[in-house]
Structures are given as C-alpha cells and as structure tokens.
Design a protein around this ligand. Structure first.
Ligand SMILES: Nc1ncnc2c1ncn2[C@@H]1O[C@H](COP(=O)(O)OP(=O)(O)O)[C@@H](O)[C@H]1O
Ligand SMILES: [Mg+2]
Length: 330
C-alpha cells in the first residue's frame, strides 16, 4: 500500500543570533493509512521540530525548512503556499500539543475554537449544524455536559478536559493524519489511558494514521506499529515496535531500552538516561553523532556519518557496526 505520508530528507534550520543551527538533519520515514508511528529520543533530539515542520508551523522567521519533502498523498506540503497549507492543516493533518494552554486561545470560547475549523473547511455548514457537530465531538472525546462547556473558556476547564478539547479540535474535520506530540505527558494515569483509548478508537473508526511522540515506552509498546528513534536531528533506527523492543540494533536504542525487561512494561516507564549529554547542535563531531557516548565506538565511526542502512525489509539502523554487533547487543 502506498504510504499516506512520506517524509524524505527533511532538514530544518533555526537562524539564531549565534548563527544558523541545523536541528533536523535529514529525516526519512513513511506512514501508512490507519497505522501508528512512534517517535522516541531524548529531549532535544528534534522530534517536535520535525512535527512542526510537517505542519508548517515552525516559528517564523527563524525556523526554515532547508530541504527535503513532506508528501501527503502525493502533495508536497513544503511547497504549498501558506493559504493552501491552511486548507490541509486541520482538514488532512492535525496536531495535538503537549501543553494545551499554548494551543488553545485563552480569550475565545470552546464553541468559537471548535467552530473555526468547520467554518474554514466546511463553509456550507450553518451555525446550527456547527453547534450539533461540536456537541457530538465533545461527547466523543468524553466531555460531560458538552452543551454547557461550549460557552466556557479554556481556563475554566481542568487540564484533562483542555487536552480533550484540543483533541476534539484536532479531530473535528476527521484528518487523515494526527500528530500527537507528548499528548498525555502532563496528565494523570487514568486520564492518560482514556485519551489513548480514545485516539485508538477514532483511528479504527476512521482509518486515521497517527504519529505518536512520547517519552513513555509503555505507551509506545501499547499504541505503535512502528518506531523511529531520533538522535541529534536524525533517525538512527526504524523498526516494527515488537522487533525494536525485542532486539534493538543501534547502540543508542539499546541504551534507551536497557532497563526495560519486557514488552509488557508497566505504563509510565520513562526513558532511562544514557551517560553523557546530547551533543550541541552547533558543534556536532565529524562522523557519527553518538560517538562520544557510544560504548562500541571505533575510529571508523569518527570518519563519516553512517547511512541509515536497511537491515531487512522492515528495519533500518544508522551504525557501521550494526551487523557485527548484532549478536553482542541483544
Ligand atoms: N525556536 C527555536 N529556536 C532555536 N532553536 C530551537 C527552537 N525550537 C527548538 N530548538 C532547538 O531544536 C532542537 C530540537 O528541539 P525539539 O524538536 O523541541 O526536541 P524534542 O526532541 O525534545 O522535541 C533543540 O536543540 C532545541 O533547542
Ligand atoms: Mg518535544
């Protein structure tokens, strides 16, 4: 099946006072209809910036897509005029952010913010239609007494309710793709579980594809089909979720999973920390970016950036020693 989303060699730069900083350095992945792709990696590895670039929501003017393509059903989003992109955003591809207060408008009612999406993408809907659709949607995401909530403002809602409202807005127009960037990190475990099952249900019902960014390996194991592991702005490993958990191939992935005994890990198992620091983007070493923290680093690793090599039909790893370490790192 042709993927619904194809990201090829995506590159993002920030123009800062200290000069240009390249934080997404050639990201490739594909996403199929109805599937869930997880993105993991330590803080600062470029997960959010990758999502923002796909959505064309990078801060302006500092954030620049320098190269590559983001093809949604054959349309390269990076080439769209802003007005064209507005028709895709919300309608074909939506995003849920970690902190709903930054995504919701504090001075607009829930009614207004939900309605905006319908007004933009379905101009023939009457105010009555929009009210009915909004109430149904709030009900769908598990908000009690939705009629009453419509005329409230974000600050009148609890954190979990705000997160649901944001998901409702993201799902209003039944997007083909939902990007969820740490959507449940700030929530307590019960609400987190409810939101995950909500996303899963909607995904089944509508064939929506999901990109799920999280630090929580339990969540990855529960919801993802495939996982990409990011390090310093690049994909270092890409595998089906079961394979990755069973037998990580890249030394960085191995480090991340080290403390995880089995796939049926307790929820809320956070990524363990690996010794050393994520390297500074403005002074990355020649060769492999993970070299200074890698227990398997040899001289050749410092010579050139390894390719993201294909391991088999379904897996990729960016390490020149992948094959030789295969037996060792299991
Ligand atoms: N607006 C910005 N200006 C400059 N640098 C930024 C900006 N936003 C993010 N970055 C940098 O880009 C890198 C990747 O960030 P991010 O994608 O947010 O990481 P994460 O994987 O934690 O989501 C980090 O080094 C971060 O400091
Ligand atoms: Mg992030």
């Amino acid at each position: 099946m042709a993927p619904i989303l194809e990201v090829k060699d995506l590159r993002v730069r920030f123009d800062t006072e200290a000069g240009p900083v390249r934080v997404v350095r050639g990201v490739d992945f594909e996403l199929e209809k109805g599937k869930t792709l997880g993105i993991v990696g330590e803080s600062g590895s470029g997960k959010s910036v990758t999502s923002l670039a796909i959505m064309r929501l990078l801060p302006r003017p500092s954030g620049v897509i320098e190269g590559g393509s983001v093809s949604l059903d054959g349309t390269d989003l990076t080439k769209l005029a802003p007005s064209e992109m507005r028709r895709f955003r919300g309608n074909r591809v939506s995003m849920v952010f970690q902190e709903p207060m930054t995504a919701l408008n504090p001075v607009q009612t829930i009614r207004r913010q939900l309605g905006e999406s319908y007004v933009l993408h379905h101009p023939s809907m009457t105010p009555g239609d929009i009210e009915t659709a909004s109430i149904n949607l709030l009900e769908e995401v598990g908000i009690p007494a939705p009629e009453k909530r419509l005329d409230e403002y974000p600050h009148q809602l609890s954190g979990g309710m705000r997160q649901r409202v944001m998901i409702a807005i993201a799902l209003a127009c039944r997007p083909d793709i939902l990007i969820a960037d740490e959507p449940t990190t700030a929530l307590d475990v019960t609400i987190q579980a409810q939101i995950l099952s909500l996303i899963k249900r909607l995904q089944k019902e509508h064939g929506m594809a999901v990109i799920f960014i999280t630090h929580d390996l339990g969540v990855i194991a529960e919801v993802c089909d495939e996982v990409i592991v990011m390090y310093a702005g690049r994909v270092v490993e890409r595998r089906p979720v079961n394979d990755l958990f069973k037998k990580p191939r890249h030394p960085y992935t191995k480090g991340l999973l080290e403390s995880i005994p089995r796939l049926d890990t307790e929820p809320k198992t956070m990524l363990p920390t690996i010794e050393g620091m994520v390297p500074d983007f403005s002074s990355l070493p020649e060769g492999c970016s993970f070299q200074n923290r890698c227990p398997h680093c040899v001289e050749d690793c410092k010579a050139a950036m390894p390719e993201l090599d294909r391991l088999d039909e379904i897996g990729f790893s960016r390490c020149i020693r992948t094959e030789e370490l295969h037996e060792e790192i299991r």
